[in-house]
Structures are given as structure tokens and as C-alpha cells.
Design a protein around this ligand. Structure first.
Ligand code: PMP
Length: 361
């Protein structure tokens, strides 16, 4: 005899029931260097001013004009060309879901280099789309001929290029990217989540190719908890995708906090500059550790390869430091850990823990 709960569960998609849920691990009591957050808060007086601003917001009303103000302020901040369109997401994670929904026709394919950001594949699976992952080369560059062959074979409706890539943290060759854009039969999303820390961006491609969309987020800027992502591209293309957005996806508090942050963009830009400086310091310190290979970074994270990634990850945790173990994510990442760049004090603590763990290994 099936119960009403069985009946309800049986109405759910079999593939959904077979999935693992996305896990957010608790970092309670640990130095949290696993998720590329900006370690800096606002200076005390600005934090207080933000609190006062949020205290004035009419939370009894649905979000309206302030969300439009935020969209305009982000377009200006990104120096988006005036003829392009911009849509807002509850983090770029939501935009990635909406993009999958927008291209969801029978047999449609999403293509991205792997290893890459896991939500490209998961969002495709959530919609029952096909995902094709094209391996990077051993040094994490785009494999241009493999990418072009996969594009010709699979005719992807949507290609993601994370620029810089997560978790490898590097930027790819612009000429290769342009040839991929030219070969693409559909949309190409340049995911610039780590743009505040990178030496190049894709705004010139956005200006020249209507199939190119640039996706950014305020998360790495310093507002990971607020959840604001934005997608810029051809106005008609963005208008069509925007139809799928839940009407009030940006809360009044998020919109106000985002606007406040942009009014104080200079503070966040100084923090990003500080983190770029810290990244360089950390890279050279890591390179001096025995058995550690350090990869180049254009983000606020550093990928390293170590002799015993699983053991080292556990050892670091026992020493109070949480980093991301990406060694099981893809064969190309064997032995790899991803470290978020923190404050000078946090980085020193991570280095000391690494030194201790490597010494005792
Ligand atoms: N794109 C990339 C490449 C990322 O690494 C992340 C998160 N780490 C995101 C998008 C999602 O960012 P958010 O949803 O916080 O905007």
C-alpha cells in the first residue's frame, strides 16, 4: 500500500531523486578559506551607515524602482555599452539556472571546459539538458582543437567560459577565446565572477559579438551574502532570457545594499587591490614549501598541487584551516587544493598550518 507521501515522492522526477544535494559544509570554528569570499568587512562607520540605510527600507512593499537603480548603477560600474541590456540574478547561480531554462529544448547541449565551475553542469542536469565537458590541457589552458571539434560535433546552444576559471584561477588566451566565439552556434557566456582580481576582461567581445554575454557577480567584490549577479549582453537576447526571471528575485534589502556598495566602490576596489597584493605574497611563500606546485592565479584563490591532497586537507582542517579539496573533481586536478586568498593574518595562519602539516606528513 503506497502512502500519500510515497505518491507525492513518486510524482518527482526520477533523475532528481537520484541526485545528490549541493552541500554547503559548515565552517564553524575554522579559518574559512574554501569559498573565495572577500575576507574584509566594511569599515565600522560604513557598516553602521549601511545599517541605517537598510533600516529605512520599506520592506512591506515588493521590490520596484531601487532594483532598476541597481541595474543602472551596475551597468555604469561595468562600463557596459549603452545599447546592451542587463538583467539581475539572485547571485550568478540564479542566472546560470535561468540560462539553462532559456535554452531548454529537446536535445539541447551546454558545453564548458572542465574542470570548471560545477553549476554549469548541474544546472544543465536540473533541466534535463546534455552537458559536454571538454578537458583543459594539463597546464589548464583551453584545448582549442578539442573545443572546436566539440562545438562542431555537439552544436552547443550555450557555451560557458569562466574568465578567470574556477578552480584553476587562470585566464585563457584571448585569441583562442575569440575563435571559439566565432565557431559557436549559440550563446557564449563569459563568466567573470573573479573580474575584480583579473588583469583582463571580455568587455571588448561583448561589444563586438551579439552572441556573447558577460556575467558578473557582486559576491567576490565583497557581497557574497547579499546575492547579486548580473548578465550583460545584446538587449534583445537579455530581454528574452529575463522573461524567465522570478519577478521579485532581488529583495529590497539586497538592492539597497548593492547600491550602497557601489556608492563606496572605492573601498571595495582598495580591498581587491590588497587581495591581489596578498595573492602575490602568498604565491611566493607557497612556492617555497617543499613538494608544493603553485599555479598562476588571476582570481582571489590559488590552486596548488601537493603530494597527499586528501591527507593534507584533513590535516589542515584539524589545525583549524578549511580550504577546498578539489583533487577528486577531475583527473586533471589530481593532488590539488584550492586556497582562498585571505587577510595577511589569515594567510600567515594558513601558511603556518601548511608548513606544520607538510613537515609532519
Ligand atoms: N561563477 C563562478 C566561476 C564561480 O566560481 C561562482 C561561485 N564561486 C559563481 C559563478 C557563483 O557566484 P554567485 O552565485 O555568488 O554570484
Amino acid at each position: 500500500m503506497s502512502t500519500p507521501l510515497d505518491n507525492a515522492l513518486n510524482c518527482l522526477r526520477d533523475d532528481v531523486r537520484a541526485m545528490h544535494a549541493y552541500q554547503v559544509h559548515s565552517a564553524a570554528g575554522l579559518l574559512k578559506l574554501d569559498a573565495m569570499e572577500n575576507p574584509y568587512r566594511l569599515p565600522q562607520e560604513l557598516q553602521q551607515a549601511l545599517g541605517e540605510r537598510l533600516g529605512q527600507v520599506a520592506i512591506n512593499r515588493y521590490p520596484a524602482e531601487r532594483v532598476q537603480d541597481l541595474a543602472r548603477a551596475l551597468a555604469a560600474h561595468a562600463r557596459m555599452p549603452a545599447d546592451k541590456g542587463l538583467m539581475l540574478g539572485n547571485g550568478s547561480d540564479e542566472l546560470i539556472s535561468l540560462l539553462a531554462m532559456a535554452i531548454c529544448k529537446p536535445g539541447a547541449t551546454v558545453l564548458a571546459p572542465v574542470p570548471g565551475f560545477v553549476m554549469y553542469e548541474l544546472s544543465a542536469r536540473y533541466q534535463g539538458l546534455r552537458f559536454v565537458g571538454v578537458p583543459l590541457t594539463a597546464d589548464f589552458e583551453l584545448d582549442e582543437s578539442a573545443m572546436l571539434a566539440a562545438i562542431a560535433r555537439d552544436q552547443p546552444a550555450l557555451i560557458y567560459l569562466a574568465y578567470p576559471n574556477n578552480p584553476t584561477a587562470n585566464l585563457w588566451d584571448p585569441a583562442t577565446i575569440e575563435r571559439i566565439v566565432q565557431a559557436a552556434p549559440g550563446l557564449v557566456v563569459m563568466d567573470e565572477a573573479y573580474q575584480p582580481f583579473a588583469s583582463r576582461d571580455a568587455m571588448d567581445l561583448l561589444a563586438r559579438y551579439p552572441q556573447v554575454l558577460v556575467m558578473r557577480t557582486m559576491s567576490k567584490f565583497g557581497l557574497a551574502g547579499v546575492r547579486i549577479g548580473y548578465l550583460m549582453g545584446d538587449a534583445e537576447l537579455v530581454h528574452q532570457i529575463d522573461k524567465l526571471r522570478p519577478p521579485y528575485n532581488i529583495s529590497v534589502l539586497n538592492a539597497e545594499a548593492g547600491l550602497f556598495a557601489l556608492e563606496h566602490a572605492d573601498v571595495y576596489e582598495r580591498q581587491a587591490a590588497e587581495l591581489r597584493h596578498e595573492r602575490a605574497q602568498l604565491q611566493s611563500a607557497l612556492a617555497g614549501l617543499p613538494g608544493v606546485q603553485v599555479f598562476p592565479s588571476e582570481g582571489n584563490m590559488i590552486l596548488i598541487r601537493v603530494p597527499e591532497a586528501n591527507a593534507l586537507h584533513a590535516d589542515l582542517k584539524s589545525r583549524g584551516v578549511l580550504v577546498k579539496n578539489v583533487s577528486g573533481m577531475h583527473a586533471l586536478l589530481a593532488g590539488c587544493l584550492r586556497l582562498t586568498v585571505g587577510t595577511p593574518e589569515e594567510n600567515a595562519a594558513m601558511l603556518a598550518a601548511l608548513q606544520g602539516a607538510l613537515g609532519s606528513a
